[in-house]
Ligand binder design. Structure first.
Ligand code: GLN
Length: 544
């Protein structure tokens, strides 16, 4: 039977609860304990798929095609597992399921209530993941902070779990924030005391408190939190801000969190071996020569919108012993006459996924810039549509080619709705989602990168390359280097006469791991690192 670790947040949001949850996974895995993870999102949307990235950051897609919270990306990268739809539960899903059951007559005669019905439905999701994953430990993170109205049913469910599975099989970890007062130069524990009180009021006594802070946490502060919040002194774990998120497992391990969890849950564990993780972090912290990459997107003001893309770039750079100097370029800014200046210092250009017409012409300009100046280009889903539109405008010598997503009446619809999407009316969960196979053309840059003929990658799109234009674009120099096995859907395209201009219909960023960069990102950075920025002079050979 699985054991459960529930992670709640207090004081403020965005202090790294997700990274803490993921890091606990890393630590337990380093002790040969099998782990799975789940994120509970209290909002009423069924999934984040229909939310703007400004509201929610990136939508992470699982192999089985669920549109989920970006924390699942961190779980996958830190624990190195592939999760499924079972790992993201929202209030929207819970209420829909309860109401659907009521309509089917599942509660005939009964009044449906928060307790027990809603709480039971939530607990069933915990148990479902435990039984499907067969993990020894299931880490479950409750989104939001304690005290949020929408979070109440989830907290009630995790409270009930202690009786359901027994005290030795459950652990509550509360992640809080200690604010620093400049005037008195001290960290304050009162907000933590209040949030723990709030938890206790609903019947949850935390076993461990992880204290986030931008300043060092003294023994005195630990004692105080231990006393007021009624946890062991060694169970107050300081987590000061670190320079890379990948360092968090090491900090928590150093503070004894791994042993504490093993002891409290009475787990059979091996000695921790975090040596490879340690090497990774040391490498990350060693100064490396940067590669300047422009990420041209619509939502660059909120960098969380491109979380996995940014991480995948860093993983790839690390492979080449380089750092990433990421230039966040708002695509709309490229639409004005001299927008190109924003790209001049880039050695590579990435156009990530996205929806809607805003900023598209700016992205197309970035693709023109990449093609004409032979700057490496990586297009991800929308980035592929942009590359195809740009190339078609060049090859057909017309400004008309477009995607019907942006211009429904274009005479050159080089990107068009997938046939199976034509009858789709609902917006939620109806795209072409999750893993699909892709056959690579031998000798292409894509096949070279992967080093294999057939790959599976995660998708999230409604539009595709329009095959009517395949011949004409191929004749002009575009190579359709990845196709669905039936040959009908273009999955990857590249330019024959360019050093590295490759785009894919899928999202390779979701598959990248810190010590296993995705092949396309790896080769993109590999080419970009040797690309001279515009105006840069090659070094003169030293005469002997
Ligand atoms: N908007 C495009 C489509 O729906 C691209 C989607 C994406 O980039 N994920 O096909």
């Amino acid at each position: 039977m699985s054991k459960y670790i529930f992670i709640t947040g207090g004081v403020v949001s965005s202090v790294g609860k997700g990274i803490t949850a993921a890091s606990i996974g890393t630590i337990l895995k380093s002790r040969q304990i099998t782990v799975s993870a789940q994120k509970l999102d209290p909002y009423l949307n069924v999934d984040p798929g229909t939310m703007s990235p400004y509201q929610h950051g990136e939508v992470f897609v699982t192999q089985d095609g669920a549109e989920t919270d970006l924390d699942l990306g961190n779980y996958e990268r830190f624990i190195d597992v592939n999760l499924t739809a079972d790992s993201n539960v929202t209030s929207g899903q819970i209420y829909s399921a309860v109401i659907a059951k009521e309509r089917r007559g599942g509660f005939l005669g009964g009044t449906i209530q928060g307790v027990p019905h809603v709480a039971t439905e939530i607990k069933d999701r915990f148990k479902q993941l435990a039984s499907k994953s067969q993990a020894e430990v299931v880490i479950i993170e409750v989104g939001g902070t304690v005290g949020d109205i929408e979070g109440q049913p989830f907290l009630e469910a995790i409270r009930q779990m202690r009786n359901d599975v027994g005290r030795d099989n459950i652990l509550y970890i509360h992640v809080t924030y200690l604010p620093y007062l400049t005037s008195t130069q001290e960290l304050k524990t009162k907000p933590t005391q209040h949030s723990v009180n709030e938890l206790r009021r609903i019947g949850i006594q935390p076993d461990i408190i992880v204290c986030r802070s931008d300043h060092p946490i003294s023994e005195g502060i630990r004692d105080k939190i231990s006393l007021f919040c009624d946890v062991d002194q060694q169970a107050v774990i300081p987590l000061p801000t670190v320079s890379t998120i990948y360092e968090v497992p090491l900090v928590l391990q150093e503070e004894g969190l791994g042993q504490l969890v093993v002891d409290k849950l009475k787990l059979r564990a091996k000695q921790p071996d975090l040596s490879r993780w340690q090497e990774l972090v040391e490498h990350l912290k060693t100064p490396r020569e940067p590669v300047s990459i422009a990420l041209v997107g619509k939502y660059v003001e909120l960098q969380d919108s491109y979380f996995s893309v940014r991480e995948a770039l860093h993983h790839a750079a690390l492979y080449h012993d380089r750092d990433i100097n990421l230039l966040w370029v708002p695509s709309e800014a490229l639409e004005s006459g001299d927008g190109d200046v924003l790209l001049r210092s880039a050695q590579g250009i990435v156009i990530p996924g996205g929806f809607g017409i805003r900023g598209i012409e700016g992205m197309i300009k970035a693709a023109t810039y990449a093609r004409e100046n032979k700057i490496p280009y990586l297009g991800l889903c929308l980035g592929m549509h942009v590359m195809v539109i740009e190339f078609a405008r060049y090859a057909l010598d017309s400004t008309e080619p477009n995607s019907t997503e942006f211009d429904a009446s274009t005479s050159y619809p080089v990107i068009d709705l997938l046939p199976e999407q034509k009858a789709v009316r609902d917006k939620g969960g109806t795209m072409r989602l999750g893993d699909y196979p892709c056959q690579l053309v031998p000798g292409s840059r894509a096949a070279d990168a992967y080093g294999q003929g057939m790959v599976n990658e995660r998708h999230r799109h409604r539009f595709e390359f329009n095959n009517q234009f395949r011949d004409i674009l191929e004749k002009a120099g575009m190579v359709c280097s990845g196709l669905s096995p039936d040959g009908k859907l273009v999955e990857v395209c590249e330019l024959a006469s360019h050093p590295w201009m490759v785009s894919c219909q899928f999202h390779p960023e979701f598959g990248s791991r810190p010590s296993r960069p995705h092949p396309l990102f790896r080769d993109f950075i590999g080419t970009a690192k040797d690309t001279l920025r515009e105006g840069a002079q090659p070094a003169l050979p030293l005469s002997s």
